[in-house]
Design a protein around this ligand. Structure first.
Ligand SMILES: Cc1cc2nc3c(=O)[nH]c(=O)nc-3n(C[C@H](O)[C@H](O)[C@H](O)COP(=O)(O)O)c2cc1C
Length: 411
């Protein structure tokens, strides 16, 4: 069933103007304290300097500002939310910003090698598209726009379990099977059905996300939801067989938990998955060396260092700071992917320097999607790739292999 057209009549700017005119504001201490999280991500500029085309965007924050105007209020809250007071989300950025680059001079950087091999496939860049759910809530073309952008610029894309477009259609748009991210279903039977569908669709890699098993406390999402007066129930009524926004869950047995997943999941679950699929298995959401060690013992094919962009749990630690202990334990045996707060080419560089094989982004490409659809996603990927190349030249590291712990520092 097609999603209802996205309505743009509830606008944050209108809401803020209304607030600014409200006598309540004087006693509330001013507007600045009332707008959550956005300021933390985007450097402050006036509201009127929005770019009009994707190509005009100079950094991913230009795309963020346009997306903030385009995406319906509650959906914007869903993109931007962290948990609690957004401390972990902020620390993802702070961890990266604390680091500096140790730039070397007089090195021939006239040609660059940014290729990276992941399993049987070589990619021209280590920049990956992280799995993000419900993309048709941000633009009518949703995951198809992202897949076309990924194809146009040859980036690895991982598709969320809660994609708003079915994996088969996304693979067609991408031109090759994407990696498939798995949220384990409440019952094993449902999980197996989902995994089999991803196998049938040709997805070579299963990314099991494990950082949401305990639930999450997303206050910003709730705040934005409360000021959005659209009829959410028309899309969000979820019912197994007719789920209008999560096509991968349609027809799966819902609601009946057999205690195999969620809060009761342990490493045995990975063994169990192994028994039903030959796909490579990556575990997403690890932030400690101990868990990396256990993951390797379980025989995982890759580790994805992530705190879900600060929107799963509030451990407070930047993923860039968790990365070194994990890369040390892994010692190059399996690929290590990292995400969380990567917004510039210098950030990607820092991730590689601390041992990541590849770096994934979530919000930056969603901003591109919300702002300009496929073109916006392409622009986000292009900006970040170009910035990485500039950084590699500036620091004197002509290939990814030249980037290492010696390339960065922290005061
Ligand atoms: C709107 C949104 C939806 C997300 N949905 C999923 C999801 O369905 N599955 C998943 O494993 N991670 C999901 N994530 C987390 C991303 O895969 C990724 O870990 C995170 O966005 C990286 O941080 P960044 O947004 O700061 O780049 C989502 C993130 C966002 C922002």
């Amino acid at each position: 069933m097609p999603l209802p057209e996205i309505r743009l009549d509830v606008r944050r700017r209108d809401f803020l103007r209304w607030l600014a005119a409200s006598p309540l504001l004087a006693s509330a201490g001013g507007l600045a304290g009332l707008e959550p999280v956005i300021a933390q991500e985007a450097p402050q500029r006036t509201l009127d300097d929005l770019v009009e085309t994707a190509q005009e965007a100079l950094d991913v924050f230009d795309l963020q500002r346009v997306a903030a105007e385009q995406v319906p209020t509650a959906h914007w809250g869903y993109i931007m939310t962290g948990v609690d007071g957004e401390e972990t989300q902020a620390n993802n950025r702070a961890g990266l910003e604390r680091m500096y680059l140790r730039a070397r001079r007089m090195i021939d950087v006239s040609s660059l090698d940014t290729t990276v091999a992941l399993f049987d496939r070589e990619w021209p860049t280590p920049l990956m598209i992280a799995p993000c759910g419900y993309q048709r809530a941000f633009h009518p073309d949703g995951e198809l726009a992202t897949a076309r952008a990924a194809a146009a610029r040859t980036h690895l894309q991982t598709l969320s379990t809660v994609t708003s477009t079915a994996v088969e259609e996304v693979n067609d748009a991408r031109g090759e099977p994407v990696w498939y991210q798995l949220y384990a279903r409440p019952n094993w039977e449902g999980t197996v059905a989902l995994v089999r569908r991803s196998v049938d669709a040709g997805c070579p890699v299963l990314v099991l996300t494990v950082d949401l098993n305990g639930g999450s406390n997303r206050l910003t999402l709730e705040r934005y939801r409360r000021v959005d007066d659209r009829d959410c129930a028309s899309c969000h009524r979820s019912g197994g067989r007719a789920d209008p926004v999560r096509p991968m869950l349609r027809g799966l047995p819902r609601g009946v938990s057999d205690g195999s997943s969620g809060a009761s999941m342990t490493w045995a679950y990975v063994d169990r998955l192994r028994s039903v699929t030959d796909q490579k298995i990556i575990v997403k959401g690890l932030v400690t060396a101990e868990d990396a060690e256990l993951a390797l013992r379980t025989g995982v094919d890759g580790i994805w260092v992530s705190n879900h962009g600060g929107r799963a749990e509030g451990d407070g630690r930047a993923t860039i700071d968790a990365l070194p202990e994990i890369s040390r334990v892994v010692g190059g045996r399996v690929p290590v992917i990292v995400d969380g707060g990567f917004r510039r080419g210098t950030d990607l560089f820092k991730g590689i320097a601390r041992g990541a094989t590849a770096v994934a982004v979530g919000r930056p490409y969603l901003w591109g999607l919300g702002a300009f659809g496929q073109e916006g996603v392409e622009r986000a990927l292009q900006i970040l790739t170009r910035e990485l190349e500039i950084t590699m030249r500036a620091v004197g590291t002509p290939s990814l292999a030249d980037i290492g712990p010696h390339s960065v520092g922290v005061d």
